[in-house]
Design a protein around this ligand. Structure first.
Ligand code: NAP
Length: 269
């Protein structure tokens, strides 16, 4: 497989991203002579930047707020990117972009890790209706017998997402109602990223044996994961999803196994 000339992360902002840390560790570990660069790309500059990257035969990742716009710029989408309507991974083929989405498999990996030996849950509460929520729905849509209760503040966005994914059986604007009776509760909002954020769902409203999965991650456990564990819940933050989506992107770009241990160690304090 021909190497891309550049490997980049497009987002705005991207300075906080830890992807360069573990992707560069992976490149060194696999002996691939490329550097993974975070390119801060304001929305007004996205089209021009993509033109330049296509001309150079670049590959890379996409993060907030560009995942949907990059999907629209792709000449080809993998079936999973098409399903989600968002691209987090791309490469240049025959002078045009091909888009892929590794967030879906990244979430599936995180959820299975959090569940351990428990069976896949049938009743899922999903909080949020953005791109990450769409990736979660594409993943849980493959779980046998699964039904999703979707919560989002903005009703229009909530109903629009529910129409796209048959696995959504109920929608609500009340987070306490959303988590009632659910075996697993997934946070796909950014709540927890900023100090002083409220918890995505109050812990007292969760079923006593509900598993908590927070797509938000940080160097320490997120406030919601911390509170859930303190109340006796099994809980996991989004770091394992981040690493797995990155490892799967690496494998899609280069066609070789990703050095997952090296990637994980690169994030250890
Ligand atoms: P997005 O497209 O901007 O969607 C954000 C969603 O969160 C919207 O549904 C929004 O609701 C909701 N929201 C925002 N602020 C809120 C608040 N204060 N209270 C309640 N709901 C709020 O973002 P995204 O791409 O889906 O990403 C969401 C989060 O997932 C990110 O911040 C990131 O932390 C995490 N993520 C993690 C990974 C990983 O690998 N671990 C991958 C992707 C994303 P409204 O529609 O009502 O505005």
């Amino acid at each position: 497989m021909a190497l891309p000339s550049r490997l980049v992360l497009l987002g705005h902002p991207v300075a906080h991203s830890v992807s360069p840390l573990f992707q560069n560790a992976a490149l060194r570990g696999a002996g691939i002579p490329l550097v993974y660069e975070a390119l801060d790309t304001p929305p007004a500059e996205l089209d021009e930047r993509l033109d330049a990257l296509i001309a150079k035969r670049a590959a890379g990742n996409v993060t907030i707020p560009h995942k949907e716009r990059v999907a629209a710029r792709c000449a080809r989408l993998t079936p999973v990117a098409e399903r989600v309507g968002a691209v987090n991974t791309f490469r240049t083929e025959d002078g045009a972009l091909t888009g892929h989405n590794t967030d879906v498999a990244g979430f599936d990996h995180l959820a299975r890790m959090a569940l351990g030996r428990s069976p896949l849950p049938r009743r899922v509460a999903l909080l949020g209706a953005g791109g990450a929520a769409a990736a979660v729905l594409a993943a849980v849509g493959k779980w046998p017998g699964c039904e999703v209760m979707l919560f989002n503040r903005n009703a229009e966005r909530r109903e629009h997402l529910a129409e796209r994914f048959a696995v959504v059986r109920h929608t609500t604007g009340d987070v306490v109602e959303a988590v009632k009776g659910c075996d697993i509760v997934v946070n796909a909002t950014p709540l927890g990223l900023r100090p002083g954020d409220v918890l995505p769902a109050p812990i007292h409203a969760l079923e006593p044996d509900a598993v908590v999965v927070d797509l938000v991650y940080g160097r320490a456990e997120t406030p919601w994961v911390h509170a859930a564990r303190a109340a006796g819940h099994t809980a996991a933050d989004g770091l394992a999803m981040l690493l797995e989506q990155g490892a799967l992107a690496f494998e899609w770009w280069f066609g070789v196994p990703a050095p997952r241990d090296i990637m994980r160690e690169a994030l250890e304090p």
